[in-house]
Design a protein around this ligand. Sequence first.
Ligand code: ATP
Ligand code: MG
Length: 363
Amino acid sequence: MAKIILTGDRPTGRLHVGHYVGSLKRRVELQNSGEFDEIYIMIADAQALTDNMDNPEKVRQNIIEVALDYLACGLDPEKSVLFIQSQIPQLCEMTFYYMDLVTVSRLQRNPTVKSEIQMRNFEASIPVGFFTYPISQAADITAFKATTVPVGEDQAPMIEQTREIVHKFNSIYGETLVTPDILLPDNKACLRLPGIDGKAKMSKSLGNCIYLSDSEEEIKKKIMSMFTDPNHLRVEDPGNVEGNPVFIYLDAFCRDEHFEKYLPDYKNLDELKAHYTRGGLGDVKVKRFLNNVLQDELRPIRERRQEFAKDIPAVYKILEEGSRKAEAKAAQTLAEMKRAMKINYFEDRELIEEQAKRFGGES
Ligand code: ATP
Ligand code: MG
């Protein structure tokens, strides 16, 4: 069976280092591994509108920001199909049919949607489109027959929901859709990177992000202002590395070479953590080190982004061509689905003949 990737991001802002470690970096590695037959990367504008319906300009502006972030990180249009969700009408059709296979109470149980509803104060009146976005996400994944979905941990309930829809569809209508697997980051710190404010998730909607396109000064300012262990008041106090975002970011980004280069008193992160835990190591020193590590990782991304930004029409062209390719694939899957669901009346010679016989006429 072909190995196919589908994943994407909502164009609700520029991409941040949480996206990078949670999904984006992995996608580029998978792309370059040559192990996958097809790779689809989607800018989920239709999904972004489910909670930004009154702000279409925000979604429109951020399409190009996300596309630039993709190219800057190394997604290559020669190897990956980069496309825009709203340009693939088949996804809406599939969503409509999948709605028959999911109950309201099943949607209400989705923990990610539950917390997102709370975050957006939607409790009193949830837009139907937002409530049902896990179903539309199942269409996104299955339209491309994706086997592998590289995403952060917050997406696990969506993949589970998709798998249920696939099983139900195939068991009613016959083997048609492919069951996808989630691919989570190997590094635990990358599953759900916290925000610089210490909140559980770095998220565009929470405004606690370090963006891939932030300038050197912005990155430094954000790191120096980061939340750490609130009980680590004086340098000599013992500190806590658990749940301390500065150390979680180091877990996500730093390698032993960084110590050699920037902090040669320590061999590795374990030694630095041990010193912090015992006391005698100040937050400022750790933050300066983290700043050096992150600057090294983000500098080349920022520079490539500036290069791609010099030819914006070419970036739109990439998205247009990608959308065309994605639509062709989705159309193929939808045709198979319709055949399986017996709603392919006009291509079904057998049906026409059978009906003609039933009514006693000629076919
Ligand atoms: P929004 O607040 O608009 O939902 P978001 O920051 O949650 O934005 P998404 O576009 O919803 O970003 O997520 C895109 C991808 O990035 C998903 O695979 C998601 O799992 C991953 N991701 C987002 N935030 C993080 C994070 N803090 N840590 C790890 N992965 C993340
Ligand atoms: Mg999100």
